[in-house]
Design a protein around this ligand. Structure first.
Ligand code: AMP
Ligand code: ZN
Length: 114
């Protein structure tokens, strides 16, 4: 855990959030400012800043996160497709420096993204 990291605080139950799923590796909770009828964030419990800072030892964890998406989609009641987004770095407007997957659903999304 990284001190002063909001998402580590959520994963450790020190900061309140609406967690919908967790296991030994990941935590999934509702985004505080939802951009779709369903908008949850999936984080690794391990503090990793962004996709730029992953190491060889994170390979299985990163694969596990994508592997679990379909279960979370079902659990969250998303139907008819969904979007998975990861903002990394300044141009993508990453605001929290702890890797997270946005999982958004139950509305139609446009392309290209804004
Ligand atoms: P990003 O801009 O990709 O770094 O995404 C950060 C996300 O975290 C945003 O969608 C915020 O709405 C969300 N967020 C910030 N604080 C909290 C919180 N305390 N609980 C849940 N989601 C949060
Ligand atoms: Zn963290």
């Amino acid at each position: 855990m990284a001190e002063d990291c909001l998402f580590c605080g959520i994963a450790n139950h020190e900061i309140p959030s609406e967690i919908i799923y967790e296991d030994d590796q990941i935590c999934v909770y509702k985004d505080i400012a939802p951009q779709a009828p369903v908008h949850v964030l999936m984080i690794p419990k391990k503090h990793i800043e962004s996709l730029d800072t992953v190491t060889e030892e994170d390979r299985d964890l990163l694969g596990y996160m994508l592997f679990k998406v379909k279960d979370i989609v079902k659990l969250a009641g998303i139907e008819n497709g969904y979007r998975v987004v990861s903002n990394n770095g300044e141009n993508a407007q990453q605001t929290v420096k702890h890797i997270h997957l946005h999982i958004l659903g139950n509305r139609k999304f446009s392309w290209p993204p804004g």
